[in-house]
Design a protein around this ligand. Structure first.
Ligand code: NAD
Ligand code: ZN
Length: 348
């Protein structure tokens, strides 16, 4: 399946299918004088003798999030320059969302910008590879240094997902679930039905593609996040606090944040999301729902108030549903939010 972006200019393709990497990549690399590869070390270890054996002299970089810092980034840029990267070289970045974020940022600044292709290898990266945001972390917080920089293509070879650890499957699935909810109640229901007994990555390609399309539609409407792109933060306000405090994978925290968002929607907008069903479903699949019971509400509020997406004092900006179909941004008074989260805590 090929999906094309629909920006005004600088469009590119997102190729999604099993076992497409080498062939697809060849159609791009032949247009460049030289090609450089940045690969997550875990991914390289697993695939160096198989899918990735065609790659000669890759730059194998430290795994996942540990690569998203200035020091490994500088080291890799110096290596690229030592190896002779030119403005008309292509950089191919192979790994999950973290490698993609930092590799894309390198592409945006080395020699003031070279072309790059992102090859996502995690379920979560169906989300991070779309939208053109690149970033690394600062000691002041996550993703605070970065740029908007679009790739020349995304080649999403779903075969990589076969080796994904279970915790990362659950994490990526959190964003698949979020995109289904932002797409339509029908799609969410279908997703819940198909995953009623187990979350099996082999059964997800249609939902991964829908997720990519949903995210793409929203980021094309609002690339720089002044309006509807905010909806992509569904579940994220509380998730960032929970993730920070309990050190659980991002998408797992998003699932918990979605429960809170639906509960708040019921309380403040009169929607009738079946919270009990959502909680049972997430528990059944191993999401740490009990953290919603354990959490210290004052501590979570403190963390949420630090979120860079909050602009008004005394209020927290939250993505909720106006009705079953329609997300909206709501500024909720801190005291009010505290009461609602305390009631949710009792409900778990
Ligand atoms: P990740 O890149 O850290 O990968 C998670 C772990 O899985 C790592 O240990 C990695 O080595 C390993 N791994 C990767 N692919 C594998 C495979 N095929 N088989 C086995 N192991 C594999 O995590 P992620 O969840 O993909 O991405 C999270 C990052 O994405 C965060 O840094 C987040 O900030 C970023 N993100 C960015 C955007 C954006 O719009 N740019 C959106 C969402 C998230
Ligand atoms: Zn997210």
């Amino acid at each position: 399946m090929d999906i094309s972006t629909a920006y005004k200019d600088n469009n590119y393709k997102i190729h999604v299918a099993r076992n497409i990497l080498e062939n697809r990549l060849n159609t791009y690399t032949e247009q460049y004088e030289s090609v450089y590869y940045i690969i997550d070390e875990n991914v390289y270890d697993i695939y160096k003798d198989t899918k990735l054996s065609f790659i000669k002299s890759p730059l194998v970089v430290t795994e996942g999030e540990s690569f998203k810092y200035v020091s490994p980034l500088m080291h890799t840029m110096e290596e690229l320059l030592a190896a002779g990267i030119k403005r008309n070289s292509l950089l191919v970045v192979i790994g999950g969302g973290a490698t993609g974020d930092a590799g894309g940022f390198i592409a945006s600044i080395v020699l003031r910008g070279v072309d790059y292709i992102h090859v996502p290898t995690t379920l979560l990266a169906h989300d991070s590879a779309i939208g053109g945001k690149t970033a690394i972390n600062s000691e002041h917080g996550k993703n605070l240094i970065g740029a908007f920089y679009r790739p020349k293509a995304v080649i999403y070879d779903l075969e990589f997902l076969d080796s994904l650890p279970r915790a990362e499957v659950l994490s990526g699935f959190g964003e698949v679930y979020k995109h289904a909810m932002l797409n339509s109640p029908e799609l969410s229901e279908e997703l819940v039905n198909i995953t009623a007994d187990s979350i099996d990555v082999d059964e997800l390609p249609a939902f991964i593609i829908k997720g990519i399309e949903t995210k793409m539609k929203i980021v094309i409407e609002d690339e720089h996040e002044s309006g509807s792109r905010k909806f992509l933060n569904l579940g994220h306000t509380l998730a960032h606090a929970v993730e920070y405090k309990y050190k659980i994978p991002h998408g797992q925290a998003v699932m918990l944040g979605i429960i809170a968002a639906l509960y708040i929607s019921n309380e403040l907008n009169g929607t009738d999301f079946n919270i009990g069903n959502h909680i049972d479903y997430m528990r059944r699949h191993g999401y740490p729902v009990n953290l919603l019971k354990e959490m210290d509400i004052d501590e979570m509020m403190q963390l949420m108030m630090k979120d860079k997406k909050n602009h008004r004092n005394d209020y927290i900006s939250y993505i909720v549903f106006k009705d079953q179909n329609t997300p909206e941004v709501m500024d909720i008074k801190i005291e009010n939010l505290k009461k609602i989260l305390a009631a949710l805590k009792e409900r778990i």
